[in-house]
Write a new protein. Structure first.
Length: 725
């Protein structure tokens, strides 16, 4: 059986071998007893019922929670030449009848339905007349009240199965592995402990980051801007915040979509499609978005706010990098948001026991944000997988940022809060420290405090951010209900006494998650074209990983192309020629006439501008192909270093002057010593520095530019703000 299963895996899906857990699950499914598979999001759960469906004579019924996603799942299977369909309320009677007819004829092997449909008497009636070989319950944690997505209709699934008059095999799948949830699922479906297959929860291609005290809006815009062209998701905990961030990105000209429960079904649907079909880069969403989204090339997931528990976090963050390519999961921590989550739990319905359970889960989530240990290990331990080695990728494992001793500033803040009797919020404290002559400050007589104006060289906003940092690090506590009041935390006392220091890390720099190879960019475009032609999502044509592998191998014939992971016979037939032609054209254009179809050092320095090498980006993974190709921004830098002016560079290279400026910024960012004084005179430097005292650059550079004399350019402003001059 398994040998046959492996062959089908290759033939239909183009994968070489099973991933951990898949084979164990599939072989147990064949034994006919109920099985549970626990694998992380992106682990490859679907294959565990898709492959058996091809081997079983009867129908495989998949119970999946969201009807909005069924179409994608079905499209994806059809791409792999697996007969699949769904029945839900989006179909007309005629369409439903047509589906039922193809099920009866055995053309449809996999049928998706929602649990609510599954329990309808008419549907049960239908199933009784069919040969149901396997029932796969996806997102099976929805059966558990301890899970984070409890759905009452899930609880009734076992009973309905009992009424089918036949005993199909059963497979429950979930990514949530807390012991309570696991036990609930086992109990509900009568799954024996021997038939629970749990794989490691580690996701080797994800790097987790927690950032505290970072200016979040600025971080987000910079991140999305730098990662243009790469799909990503930004999660917020409220609809309002999703709207705000979406607006902010759009204002900056970044193509973003939004998704939350306050939008109409149609608007959500179209937004989701824009994202799945790569028409927009980034989706700003509440947790309403994403369950079951199979888009495999999501390169980053940023949580603008802390989610309520680790299960939700890992599931949402885990939507990054399903294709196995390096991807980032960033959580922007602010203590204030913890209060929002507490409030949500408090206001929610449910018993006290349940609320207590949720509060406990929230505390573990907060601890994640404060741990100095490996973040991936923390998550694994949470799921009962202890003793993991540090991952070497997360923000704890890789933190080499410089630290700054801010003890004196912290002492000023602490003593000011103390003198204000721990009865005021952040804004007021910051105003007193910066010596504001605000009416309220005067009315309260705070001008008399010895701490009044102690930090007057800084802006109130800046001090406010520093206070956020101190709260995030638990030196300060937020108390009060209607309106948050600052009080000293336990950690503040030794600092005030001068026994302990406070150090602050520099802000995290934003970098691109994935570099792009020009061939990759071309293949991605081709993928988009083909997807449009076939009305499917681009990632269903080939995953990012497969595209990268194609770039590396550069196959010249079908045989060579078949060795690439993710390329099966079905796909070759449909897309082989198009890709092979595009790759050959690319090779030709780049003077690489070699036709072995293997990795090779292209070597040929195609004619570039004015003696500089041709423009390419140096990120063909693995091979040495890129050895002497120089990234574009670096070519600009070399010309600049040789004394060329921006005008000359722009002219020679056929790029805009501003682009050349951005190239230099990027080099500086990467640590090159770029002499910006040639481009930004002292006068302009002063002007910029003066303007940002009034106009906050974290709200975007446009207002800053508008406040400056005409002719000052964005890259000049950035050079000053980033400290390159
Ligand atoms: P899950 O449901 O566990 O979150 P999926 O079933 O959606 O994950 O699979 C995630 C990705 O992994 C998909 O793009 C899928 O095609 C891919 N995948 C699954 N099994 C394999 C395998 N054996 N080898 C390579 N890729 C696989
Ligand atoms: Mg899944
Ligand atoms: Zn780590």
């Amino acid at each position: 059986m398994i040998a046959q299963a492996e062959q089908l895996l290759h033939q239909h899906f183009g994968y070489e071998k099973f991933r951990p857990g898949q084979e164990q699950i599939i072989s147990r499914v064949f034994e006919g007893r109920p099985v549970m598979g626990i694998m992380p999001t992106g682990g490859g759960k679907s294959i565990c019922y898709q492959i058996p469906s091809l081997l079983f004579p009867g129908l495989t019924l998949v119970i999946s929670p969201l009807i909005s996603l069924m179409k994608d799942q079905v499209d994806e299977l059809k791409e792999a030449q697996v007969g699949a369909a769904f029945i839900n309320s989006s179909l007309s009677y005629e369409e439903t009848d047509a589906v039922i007819a193809s099920v009866r004829e055995g053309e449809v092997k996999v049928l998706y339905v929602a649990p609510e449909r599954f329990e309808m008497p008419g549907f049960i009636q239908l199933l009784r007349t069919l040969d149901v070989a396997l029932i796969a319950v996806d997102e099976a944690h929805c059966v558990s009240q301890w899970g984070h997505d409890f759905r009452p209709s899930y609880m009734r699934i076992p009973e309905v199965i009992g009424n089918l008059g036949q005993t199909p095999s059963l497979l429950a799948l979930t990514a949530t592995a807390t012991p309570e949830v696991r036990d609930d699922i086992c109990r509900a479906f009568g799954i024996n402990a021997d038939n629970v297959v749990q794989t490691g929860f580690a996701r080797d291609n994800l790097s987790f980051h927690v950032l505290k005290g970072q200016a979040r809006d600025r971080y987000i815009t910079e991140y999305v801007g730098k990662n243009a062209g790469e799909p990503g998701i930004i999660y917020t905990s409220t609809r309002k915040e999703a709207e705000r961030i979406h607006g902010m990105l759009e204002n900056k000209g970044l193509a973003a979509g939004k998704y939350h429960g306050g939008m109409s079904g149609a608007a959500r649907q179209s937004s989701q499609e824009d994202f799945v079909y790569d028409r927009i880069d980034v989706m700003v969403a509440t947790n309403a978005f994403g369950m079951g989204i199979n888009k495999s090339n999501v390169r980053y997931v940023i949580h603008f706010q802390i989610p309520g528990n680790i299960e939700s976090y890992y599931q949402e963050a885990g939507r990054a990098g399903r294709d196995g390519e390096p991807s980032e999961c960033v959580l922007l921590y602010s203590a204030q948001d913890v209060r929002v989550q507490q409030f949500l739990i408090d206001q929610g319905d449910g018993s006290d026991a349940r609320k207590q359970n949720e509060m406990q889960k929230l505390r573990q989530m907060v601890n994640y944000c404060h741990t100095e240990g490996c973040l991936q290990s923390y998550i694994l331990e949470y799921f009962g997988d202890s003793g993991a080695e540090p991952c070497g990728r997360c923000s704890s494992c890789t933190d080499t940022r410089e630290t700054e001793d801010v003890t004196r500033d912290a002492q000023m803040v602490f003593s000011c809060i103390k003198r204000m009797n721990e009865r005021f919020g952040k804004t007021m404290v910051a105003q007193v420290l910066t010596g504001s002559s605000n009416q309220k400050v005067r009315e309260m007589g705070f001008e008399q405090l010895s701490t009044y104006g102690l930090m007057k060289s800084r802006t109130a906003k800046d001090v406010g951010q520093f206070i956020d940092y101190l709260v995030a690090e638990e030196y300060l506590r937020m108390t009060g209900s209607a309106y948050p009041v600052l009080a000293l935390g336990e950690k503040a006392v030794p600092v005030l006494k001068g026994h302990e220091k406070v150090v602050k890390k520099a802000e995290q720099k934003v970098e691109r998650v994935a570099e792009t190879d020009p061939l990759f960019a071309e293949l991605r475009e081709l993928r988009r074209e083909l997807a449009r032609e076939h009305s499917i999502a681009p990632y269903m044509v080939f995953s990012d990983r497969t595209l990268k592998e194609l770039c590396r191998v550069m196959p010249r014939d079908e045989q060579a192309m078949l060795t690439v992971k993710g390329v099966g016979e079905q796909k070759i037939e449909k897309y082989g020629t198009a890709f092979l032609e595009r790759i050959a054209a690319y090779a030709e254009k780049n003077g690489d006439s070699d036709s072995t179809g293997s990795v090779d050092a292209a070597g040929s320095e195609a004619a570039g501008t004015a003696g500089y090498p041709a423009e390419t980006v140096d990120d063909a993974p693995g091979g040495s192909k890129q050895a002497d190709k120089v990234p574009s921004h670096f070519i600009t830098f070399r010309m600049y270093e040789d004394g060329a002016s921006l005008e000359v560079i722009a002219e020679e290279r056929g790029i805009k002057r501003s682009t050349a400026g951005e190239h230099l910024l990027r080099c500086a960012d990467e640590g090159e010593k770029v002499d910006f004084s040639r481009l930004v005179g002292v006068e302009v430097q002063d002007q910029v520095r003066n303007v940002v005292k009034e106009v906050d650059p974290s709200e975007g550079l446009k207002p800053v530019k508008e406040a400056l004399p005409d002719g000052v350019e964005y890259f000049q402003i950035k050079a000053v703000l980033q400290g390159f001059v």
